[in-house]
Design a protein around this ligand. Structure first.
Ligand SMILES: *[C@@H]1O[C@H](CO)[C@@H](O)[C@H](O)[C@H]1NC(C)=O
Length: 83
């Protein structure tokens, strides 16, 4: 009896963590499944939503960047633009 209950709880937890992981992934960028890795190549970014100000020490990559955000390298060249 106790074993059965434990198994049900285990299953429920598994399901819950599964949907949580999935949910947080989807939430990160409009339905795209992006990793949350920081791109070491990106020195700073400029977003329209921030009034085109430079945002330093960002943890983004080309996939997770928000729409319209430009990601710049250390040497000032544009790496990519979020979409
Ligand atoms: C900046 O670095 C990137 C990658 O190394 C290179 O492709 C690009 O030409 C460089 N741009 C400038 C302006 O030096």
């Amino acid at each position: 009896m106790v074993m059965a209950i434990n198994r049900v709880i285990c299953l429920a937890l598994l399901l819950l963590s599964g949907t949580f992981l999935l949910g947080s992934k989807v939430e990160s960028a409009d339905g795209k499944a992006c990793t949350r890795n920081c791109d070491p190549d990106v020195a700073y970014m400029v977003c329209p939503s921030s009034g085109h100000r430079i945002i330093k020490q960002v943890c983004v990559n080309c996939c997770s960047a928000r729409k319209g955000c430009k990601l710049f390298r250390n040497n000032g060249s544009v790496k990519c633009i979020g979409n």
